[in-house]
Write a protein that binds this ligand. Structure first.
Ligand code: HSE
Length: 291
């Protein structure tokens, strides 16, 4: 039996639509072994009804994709899944299945593919590298797909950085949150985002945390998606008032994430109280980066 631990991730980080991502200290576990025949997927009782346990399961689909890629046919497969990443909340639950499934399959058959092969396969399966890459290598990642490979850099963030992760009690499918985006954007919006994504990356590398609230601003996706998140403006104002270093929609949403460099528990308590006034329930966590 092999065991793979794969982190939750947050894509975009505001301005870095489809290219920036960060791994969080929250993990799914995938265990897998080859058996004599058939497919057996086991999950905890509490996940029944939420996670498929047949050939539609995304971990299985990803493992099969790797086996097909290298021409391996297992006799049968047992997969055991322990999921902690909330599903369809913008925390990379699908990317964790893809990244974890590919790594598990590769390890099970003696690692025929190297790390970059797996990164490229995962990015192709997910459609963009901003969740699968941090899921595979941790930290904060900057990536783009160029002619059959993923060009990327992993950035180690300052130790003081923690994330306030606010998860509402409703799901938002990525397909719905992508469908509302325009196919074309004005040049000034593209410039707005390029400058901020570059500023965010450079500021995190050099420790210029004072730049972050401005650097996470975005015109490519959040202005269109914020209507899907109740009380967006009030929450953003409150986060700024509490002195966080910028708040953004996590991936396609609906989770919101704020960067913090101090007062972590105080901010969490304040936001917990603030969000309790709204009709949706929000779970609020302080999370470390998966470093
Ligand atoms: N970059 C993607 C998006 C992440 O924002 O749609 C979610 O898959």
């Amino acid at each position: 039996m092999i065991r793979v631990k794969v982190p939750a991730t947050s894509a975009n980080m505001g301005a870095g639509f489809d290219c920036l991502g960060i791994a969080l200290d929250l993990y799914n576990i995938i265990e897998a072994e080859e058996i004599e025949s058939g497919l057996k997927i086991t999950i905890p009782e509490s996940d029944r009804g939420y996670i498929e346990t047949d050939e539609r399961n995304l971990v299985f689909i990803s493992m099969k994709r790797l086996f097909d890629e290298v021409g391996y046919r297992p006799k049968g497969l047992h997969i055991n899944l322990i999921n902690n990443i909330p599903i369809t909340r913008g925390l990379g639950s699908s990317a964790a299945c893809i990244a974890g499934g590919l790594v598990a399959a590769n390890e099970l058959i003696g690692c025929p593919l190297n790390k970059n092969d797996i990164i490229y396969l995962a990015a192709k399966m997910d459609g963009h590298p901003d969740n699968v890459l941090p899921a595979l290598i941790g930290g904060m990642t900057v990536a783009c797909i160029v002619e059959g490979e993923v060009k990327y850099v992993r950035i180690d963030l300052p130790d003081c950085i923690k994330l306030l992760v606010m998860v509402p009690d409703f799901q938002l499918p990525t397909s719905k949150a992508r469908a509302i985006l325009p196919q074309n954007v004005p040049l000034q919006d593209a410039v707005f985002n390029i400058s901020r994504a570059a500023l965010l990356t450079a500021s995190l590398i050099t420790g210029r945390l004072d730049n972050l609230p401005a650097a996470v601003d975005d015109r490519l996706h959040q202005p269109y998606r914020k209507g899907l998140i109740p009380h967006w403006n009030e929450i953003m104002s409150k986060m700024a008032e509490l002195g966080t270093k910028g708040t953004f929609l996590s991936g396609a949403g609906p989770t919101l994430i704020a960067i913090m460099d101090k007062d972590y528990d105080k901010i969490r308590t304040e936001m917990d109280k603030f969000l309790a006034a709204f009709e949706q329930h929000w779970d609020v966590y302080v999370m470390d980066v998966c470093r």
